[in-house]
Design a protein. Structure first.
Length: 245
């Protein structure tokens, strides 16, 4: 696998938050293989946890064992399609799991080359030279309204529809992920997270926090603590991966 120039170190955390009775977020990563995944499940009873677990396990397994001859963007798209089918089939078979689904944000690295895939409103950001940029575009009703100019970002934050996502894994027979190709530079810090973080903390706040001197583990713990202090209304999950020369 491409090891030219850039190596990654990573840390992750998940937390139930203060209001939910369970944690339906799941994450998995292998910095060695350059694969990182965060999923935020939804569905009654334990269904959300099933959906997010299946998605993380399947995508992680399929991307860590991917054929190096296959284009990574293709490999990511195929892994996500397969995870979608797997969740959808389980939901069809088991009425208790009916309607379950999950968001997904995944990152794949080969040296400086980075691919990010998302479905739903879990996000990937990149911090470069102290500036935070959102890589993914949310598949959510309010985000689409903002892009169409029908809502301001401020209105979107308080909209009663802010929880409505327009794409998820497992709820339909087929799903398409958005895939973004990037080039990493030494010093870049990538954040993959569920909406339990981004609903509580503004991008400016996350940017300021990540720009402080700390280990990745400390950054993860501080982000969760800050999200809980701001309300902790939902499960909170973050993966941080830093590119180093
Ligand atoms: Ca959530």
């Amino acid at each position: 696998m491409g090891r030219t120039g850039v190596q990654y170190s990573a840390a992750a955390i998940t937390d139930q938050g203060l209001k939910r009775t369970s944690n339906e977020d799941r994450f998995g990563f292998s910095a060695e293989d350059g694969v990182y995944v965060v999923c935020d499940g939804m569905g009654g009873a334990a269904a959300g946890e099933v959906a997010s677990s299946v998605a993380v396990d399947e995508v992680l397994k399929s991307l860590t064992g991917r054929d190096p001859a296959v284009d990574p963007a293709e490999a990511a798209a195929a892994a996500i399609r397969a995870a979608n089918e797997s969740i959808y089939r389980r939901a069809q078979r088991n009425p208790r799991l009916s309607g379950m689904g999950t968001t997904l944000v995944a990152m794949l690295t080969e040296g400086p080359k980075v691919w990010v895939a998302n479905v739903g409103d879990s996000r990937c950001y990149r911090l470069r030279n102290g500036k935070l940029t959102q890589v993914t575009v949310d598949h959510s009703l309010v985000d689409e309204q903002v892009r169409l100019g029908r809502l301001t970002p401020e209105q979107a934050l308080i909209s009663p529809y802010k929880n409505v996502i327009t794409r998820a894994l497992g709820t339909e027979k087929e799903v398409a992920a958005d895939i973004f190709a990037l080039e990493a530079e030494a010093g870049d810090l990538f954040l993959l997270c569920s909406d339990g973080l981004t609903r509580e903390l503004t991008d400016a706040r996350i940017e300021a926090m990540l720009d402080e001197e700390a280990t990745l583990e400390e950054h993860c713990a501080r982000l969760v603590a800050a999200a809980k202090k701001s309300g902790g209304n939902d499960n909170i999950t973050c993966i941080l991966a830093r590119a180093a020369a």
